[in-house]
Design a protein around this ligand. Structure first.
Ligand SMILES: Cc1cc2nc3c(=O)[nH]c(=O)nc-3n(C[C@H](O)[C@H](O)[C@H](O)COP(=O)(O)O)c2cc1C
Length: 208
């Protein structure tokens, strides 16, 4: 009788040990499971503004001046968006409907090629796009630019110059084309020589 009880006890201990073994297997499985998707998404969202990049396109210099003032006001870096084929003054003649800039603006599928795709977007938490208004919108090369990078998790806004028109729907149009889920705030039209304090107040008011 004592022998049977001892065999029973040994069986129980073995089963117990086996049970422990499978639990620790589960623990190992849990430890090596991939991190939840949500944590990864949160990690790509910048805490606060991060470093700021002003990415600008300018042909006759007005937007370049505004971009430089904006970078000074915000302590930002500058990146120039350059076309592979530079625009001549003839290309910009909006009194002639057959000239390059006007033909491109009338074609919402036109995507002028970029001279490079080296904008250091990944290093920055906030991107300020700067462009002139062409036929009430951003130049098509801005469409090419926003479709060429992934802006997931970035803070995004825009500044622009014009001959009198307001920013209109130009920044919203770029937002709709931009790749990746970013945090967009409304852009603003400025004169090229706007002083730093005015630009800074506007930017701080966006609440990034
Ligand atoms: C093809 C073309 C179209 C333009 N369309 C407009 C327009 O619709 N409204 C406006 O106010 N200015 C318009 N402008 C004027 C520019 O927005 C303005 O001169 C701008 O400051 C130029 O910027 P940039 O010197 O950086 O190239 C146009 C200019 C060009 C070349």
């Amino acid at each position: 009788m004592k022998k049977i009880w001892l065999i029973g006890l040994s069986l129980l201990i073995m089963l117990g040990l086996l049970g422990c073994g499978s639990d620790s297997g589960k623990a190992e499985q849990k430890a090596s499971a991939p991190a939840p998707q949500k944590a990864a998404e949160t990690a790509s969202v910048p805490a606060g503004k991060g470093k700021i990049l002003v990415a600008y396109f300018s042909v006759t210099g007005n937007t370049k001046e505004l971009a430089e003032n904006t970078a000074r006001a915000l302590g930002a870096d500058l990146y120039e968006i350059r076309p592979a084929k530079p625009y001549t003054s003839e290309d910009l003649n909006y009194n002639d409907e057959s000239t390059r800039a006007t033909v491109e603006q009338k074609d919402d599928e036109a995507r002028p090629e970029l001279a490079d795709q080296n904008a250091p977007v990944a290093e920055y938490g906030t991107i300020v796009l700067a462009y002139p208004i062409w036929w009430s919108q951003a130049p098509r090369i801005m469409d090419t630019f926003v479709e060429s990078y992934d802006f997931t998790g970035k803070n995004m806004t825009a500044v622009c110059t014009s001959g009198g028109s307001d920013i209109g729907s130009s920044a919203d149009y770029l937002q709709n084309l931009a790749k990746g889920k970013a945090h967009w705030k409304p852009g603003k039209l400025f004169s090229p020589r706007t002083d730093a304090q005015e630009i800074k107040s506007w930017f701080d008011g966006l609440g990034f």
